[in-house]
Design a binder for this molecule. Structure first.
Ligand code: NAD
Length: 441
């Protein structure tokens, strides 16, 4: 059992902290956000992730898990401090490392024992060398401190499962001491561990994420071509998926990738390449394709309709994917302002994301249109002139072609997630446009 502190209780930090407690470590989760800490202490998860709240309550009750804003008490005698604070994108595409620097300084001025600092946040290659030097420079006590890289691969929406059943744990260290301590911490998870040097670990994270982003953009590019030449991208993907070299995952065409990771990690790697005088053409292409894909539905509908002014527009799904309340880089955030500007009256449904969306676009008149948040798909669809599907929530997948036909004033549907069967929509008399598949009229 190790005494572990975790800096940052977002998707990565909180899930790491809770699962470390679950396997028997003594964990203190630190955040600067007092409200968040209060909420967590009351047994409530500040983020929506399946199974998280139960594990929080169980391990808190067992005395293995604490939450605090008092970083000094958490860091001073920890065996390991995991850093899971944000590394958001800056205007030039590079990663903002100021949150990491703040934690590094707090650690340097606090620790009283030998301590392994483990960076889980996604940081450009070479950052952890600098973090280690920075901590050494500000260290107050005469203790041993080393930095390890341990990038995180969880996907939002299945974060707890992904952590407890990870395909691999990547650890990047520069000494036997660090490697052994980190291996021991992960030993109870009983998962494959890949031990490499620090810079390779940092690169594995970007190379993996950007490969997946490339795969998505590639399929979206192919989907756009399928539409032009009369092929069906879903059939194409099915045919491709039988090839083991390609695999069946990440072949779904749609309106592009969002979330807090792929958009920023593609830009950060492209930026890192540029800083090093290298033109990373493949990743640049993935970024380009994704940018256009985000507003594909709006552009298609704009060509079809003479105006959005005064139309009732149903929006099904706001989050960047199902299973999360996260809106970062969601397609809805790109399309809805365009629709509002054109005077659309939007009726939006999302089972968990509406509250966060309303913080950005409050209910009522906005721009030249208005937005109303509704609690079920029927309310969104009733008498609507057009419907946009941005997220494949279960509730949205369950809408039948007959419901579109019967509830909407004009059954005109733009589906960014290729959820429905084209033939069923055709038979029901729904005008249906999706991505890379034939449209019905
Ligand atoms: P997040 O924005 O959800 O959470 C960050 C948390 O850190 C916030 O609660 C914030 O209040 C807290 N914080 C900021 N400064 C602090 C400080 N000095 N001390 C303590 N807490 C502090 O971030 P996230 O989505 O969990 O991402 C964290 C990192 O992990 C990023 O680098 C991200 O790229 C990477 N990552 C994220 C995911 C994901 O799916 N979200 C997956 C893999 C990797």
């Amino acid at each position: 059992m190790y005494k572990i502190a975790v800096a940052g209780t977002g998707y990565v930090g909180l899930v790491a902290g809770v699962t470390f407690a679950e396997v028997g470590h003594q964990v203190t989760c630190v955040d600067i956000d007092e409200e968040k800490v209060k909420v967590m202490k009351s047994g409530v998860s500040p983020i929506y992730e399946e199974g998280l709240e139960e594990l929080m309550q169980k391990n808190y009750a067992a005395g293995r898990l604490e939450y605090t804003t008092d970083y000094k008490s958490a860091y001073k005698d920890a065996d390991a401090i995991f850093i899971g604070v944000g590394t958001p994108e800056q205007p030039d595409g590079s990663a903002n490392l100021s949150y990491i620097a703040t934690v590094a300084r707090q650690i340097a001025e606090t620790i009283e024992n030998d301590c392994l600092i483990v960076v889980k946040s996604t940081v450009p290659v070479g950052t952890n060398d600098k973090v280690e030097q920075f901590i050494q420079d500000f260290l107050i006590n005469d203790v041993k401190v080393e930095v390890a890289s341990n990038p995180e691969f969880l996907a939002q929406g299945s974060a707890v499962h992904d952590t407890l059943h990870a395909a691999r744990i990547i650890i990047g260290t520069e000494s036997k001491w660090a490697e052994e301590r980190l291996t021991n911490i992960y030993e109870p998870f009983n998962l494959p561990i890949v031990s490499v040097n620090r810079r390779s670990a940092e690169m594995i994270k970007y190379a993996s994420n950007d490969f997946l982003a490339l795969k998505i953009s590639y399929m979206n590019d192919i989907a756009n071509l399928c539409e032009l030449v009369g092929a069906d991208v879903q059939d194409v993907a099915k045919g491709m998926s039988f090839d083991e070299r390609i695999g069946s995952k990440f072949l779904n065409a749609g309106i592009g990738f969002g979330g807090s990771c792929f958009p920023k990690d593609t830009k950060a790697l492209e930026n890192l390449a540029r800083q090093n005088g290298y033109d990373l053409k493949t990743v640049k292409a993935a970024i380009d394709v994704n940018k256009d894909q985000k507003t594909l539905l709006y552009n298609k509908a704009s060509k079809r309709l003479i105006t959005f002014n005064g139309l009732k527009v149903a929006v099904l799904g706001l989050t960047f994917k199902p299973g999360t309340d996260d809106l970062r880089e969601a397609a809805s955030l790109e399309n809805i302002p365009l629709l509002l500007e054109k005077g659309a009256d939007i009726y939006a449904f999302d089972p968990v994301g509406a509250e966060n969306f309303a913080k950005v676009h409050p209910e009522g008149p906005i721009s030249n249109g208005s937005i109303t948040y509704v609690s079920n798909v029927e309310q969104a669809l009733q008498d609507a002139n057009v419907c946009f599907v941005f997220t494949e929530w279960g509730e949205v997948k369950a809408v039948t072609s007959e419901m579109y036909k019967d509830l909407m004033r004009t059954p005109l549907v733009y589906d960014g997630r290729n959820i429905y069967d084209v033939n069923e929509m055709e038979e029901a008399g729904v005008e249906y446009h999706s991505v890379g598949r034939p449209s019905t009229s």
